[in-house]
Design a binder for this molecule. Structure first.
Ligand code: ATP
Ligand code: MG
Length: 247
């Protein structure tokens, strides 16, 4: 076996909704410290797979090992610990509208740590600076542009210093400036040792930031390799994805 640690391992994952079978035996390994991008057409099950990694969905069959421990059977109480270590940046924002940026960021710290007000304030300011949003702490989400809201969402996901960050379409709908900011944050966190799993349709972002790319199609991972190898792939399905025919 290689010496690379596989921090998350999805094994034989099956999931259906009613009659619709979405995952038909997904196998996927995420290596510690890498940026892995998961691609697939709309409805192929990318978000469900990400959500399952933190127990927001349960597969019908299969395992999701985090440091070798299966998170699938864990109850809500045990999942709190997992969710402090694996952060999820939601596809659609998820900030509290009535709370300031600062209170949005302070929320997980208040809920899960014993930090003092002063420590919380410092951590919030430091994290806001990381996403390039110094000075926004007393604004409400409604006062921010979509791109800034997305960056606050990322800031809230990383404030607990997670080992793994799951990003669901972090750059979708963003202008080039905010896209670059998000990619910069993802790389900076990699520099600090974080592992990232990215779901995106944005080819430019994907090639710029990923170490490896995995393709989800017809309920399975049909290819998984380094960006370089994927670029050179002659597999028609992979080429279809790269050229934008994502369904
Ligand atoms: N709670 C649910 N109830 C019923 N069907 C669901 C539920 N969640 C997901 N699905 C279905 O499962 C399939 C996969 O959904 P998922 O959100 O994972 O797709 P996706 O790959 O993230 O798509 P997109 O690129 O559009 O975000 C879709 O057909 C979706 O309608
Ligand atoms: Mg999705």
């Amino acid at each position: 076996m290689s010496e690379v640690e596989e921090i998350i391992k999805v094994k034989n994952f099956y999931k259906k909704f009613g009659e619709k079978v979405v995952h038909k035996g997904v196998n996927l390994s995420i290596r510690k410290g890498e940026i892995l991008t998961l691609m697939g057409g709309s409805g192929s099950g990318k978000s469900v797979l990400l959500r399952s990694m933190i127990g927001l969905e349960k597969p019908d069959k299969g395992q999701i090992l985090f440091h070798g421990e299966d998170v699938v059977p864990l109850d809500e109480d045990s999942l709190v610990g997992v969710r402090n270590r694996i952060a999820y940046a939601f596809q659609h924002g998820a900030l509290f509208d009535s709370l300031t940026v600062k209170e949005n960021l302070a929320y997980p710290l208040r809920a899960h740590t014993e930090m003092s007000e002063k420590e919380i304030h410092e951590k919030v300011m430091q994290t806001l600076a990381m996403v390039g949003l110094e000075g926004s702490e007393y604004l409400l989400p409604a006062d921010l542009s979509g791109g800034m809201q997305k960056r606050v969402g990322v800031a809230r996901s990383i404030i607990m210093d997670p080992e793994v960050i799951l990003y669901d379409e972090p750059t979708t709908g963003l202008d080039p400036f905010n896209t670059r900011q998000i990619l910069r944050i993802i790389r900076m966190l990699q520099g600090k040792g974080a592992t990232s799993v990215l779901v995106t349709h944005d080819m430019t972002s994907l090639f710029a930031v990923s170490d490896r790319i995995a393709f989800l199609k017809d309920g399975k991972i049909i290819a998984m390799d380094t960006v370089d190898k994927i670029r050179k792939s002659t597999d028609p399905a992979v080429r279809g994805f790269i050229h934008g025919e994502t369904d």
